[in-house]
Design a protein around this ligand. Structure first.
Ligand code: ADP
Ligand code: ASP
Ligand code: MG
Length: 405
């Protein structure tokens, strides 16, 4: 008998019929003799609807109240799923994050889980109940409701699995696994049977929203066996596995992309020691993540400096730069949206030609590369957003990702 944590996302919980379907799946696992703890998201569209209401009241809603509001979406779905199970003769109990309890730090809208009280969950399992826990939410030390950031139910599920030392954490979603790239962008994308934690971590952090990045971090840290599968069809899904277990790694495993970036240009700053610090220091102090960076070759004692930040933090970054560079004569601060495409694979560690294959393929299609950044297992390029789809498909072809290796 195994202990399984199952997580069902928004689309899987999107209607009464779909919630009934989830109940059937939970029952199937029970019939196999497994104990099941279920984590669910809000019904699809609900979190966005709630955000819309908040924005209609205020451009910048108070974070505490925003979390109070957003957490209601998950409260609806846990109760409905529990009813669906109870109706079928399977006793189920739903719990909010604060009831369980899922303790977090105080950072509203992007809280981190610090501790999960597994006592109540274990006691209910021992009584034969199906425990259903609201994803995406927790409670801080003072009893305030917090949320974990978009896609946070994945993290709740993995954290619960870690706390319970579950045999597997299964993430049920609207695709049947992790693909070589988002199948909505490239229909030729291929489902992977396995991907390493390291690669999944890169894919998630570079924009593949199939798993929230923190859920992958958690799974890696606590060695939680993690699997992504479809809630609509049967199959093995994709196992996120430790690197050692993968016998033959491909050079490139997948392509991630993101539209969530903005480029900032600081033009005509004096070309002198300390310029990078003067510009990026205050941005870092404000907790804004700077990603790709370029400093151009100086001319006439002046230089240009370009970097990217999350698009949601674009305005704030411009404000900060204006404040800190107000006394610099002739400096121009401007920016624009930028998209990022990344190729990811542990196999590239031992293959030098990945960058040239990538740049050659993009050049052939006339995609201009505005910025580049690399790490051991990824190469990212910043490009015009209008070329994003072309770039993803071109690279998918160039690395023959549709072919089984
Ligand atoms: P859920 O509501 O179940 O949490 P999400 O929308 O958060 O579902 O995540 C599933 C979606 O992730 C898919 O519908 C797919 O469009 C997207 N996605 C992005 N990159 C990938 C990838 N590499 N493999 C599979 N799905 C991906
Ligand atoms: N409902 C939340 C969201 O839409 C959390 C989740 O679905 O994982 O972001
Ligand atoms: Mg999700």
């Amino acid at each position: 008998m195994a202990l399984i944590v199952q997580k069902y996302g928004g689309t899987s919980m999107g209607s009464v019929e779909r919630i009934e379907n989830v109940a059937e799946r939970v029952i199937r696992a029970r019939k196999q003799g497994d104990d099941v703890v279920v984590v669910v998201s809000a019904m699809s569209g609900e979190t966005n609807r709630l955000l819309g209401l908040a924005k209609a009241i205020s451009e910048r809603p108070t974070p505490r109240e925003l979390d109070m509001l957003l957490s209601t979406g998950e409260q609806v779905s846990i109760a409905l799923l529990a009813m669906a199970l109870n109706k079928r003769g399977y006793p189920a109990l739903s719990y909010t994050g604060s009831q369980v309890k899922i303790q977090t730090d105080r950072s509203y809208t992007k809280a981190r889980i610090t501790h999960i009280d597994d006592e109540k969950i274990r006691a209910m399992i021992a009584l034969g109940k199906v425990v259903i826990i609201a994803g995406f939410q927790g409670v801080d030390e003072d009893g305030n409701i917090t949320t974990l950031g978009r896609g946070g139910s994945d993290t709740t599920a993995v954290a619960v699995a870690a706390a319970l030392k579950a045999d597997e954490c299964q993430i049920y979603t609207d695709v049947d696994g992790v693909y070589t790239t988002d199948p909505r962008m490239e229909p030729k994308a291929r489902k992977l049977d396995r991907i390493t934690f390291e690669e999944m971590l890169e894919m998630a952090s570079l924009g593949s929203k199939v798993l929230q990045i923190r859920s992958v971090e958690f799974a890696g840290k606590y060695k939680v066996p993690l699997r992504v599968l479809s809630s609509f069809e049967d199959g093995e899904g994709t196992l996120i596995s430790l690197e050692e277990e993968i016998m033959e790694a491909a050079i490139i495993t997948g392509i991630a992309f993101s539209r969530d970036e903005a480029q900032i240009n600081v033009i005509d700053v004096p070309d002198e020691p300390g310029v990078a610090y003067k510009i990026l220091g205050p941005v870092g102090d404000a907790n804004i993540n700077v990603d790709m960076i370029i400093q151009n070759i100086g001319e006439n004692g002046k230089t240009d400096f370009t970097f990217t930040v999350p698009r949601t933090e674009y305005e704030q970054t411009i404000e900060i730069l204006k404040q800190h560079l107000y006394d610099v004569q002739g400096v121009i601060i401007e920016g624009s949206d930028i998209a990022k495409v990344s190729v990811v694979g542990v196999g590239m560690r031992s293959h030098a030609a990945v960058a040239s294959t990538m740049f050659k393929a993009l050049a052939k299609e006339g995609v201009n590369i505005r910025m580049i950044s690399t790490s051991e297992i990824k190469i990212s390029v910043g490009i015009d957003e209008k070329y994003l789809e072309l770039a993803v498909r071109t690279l998918h072809d160039a690395f023959a990702l549709d072919k089984v290796k």
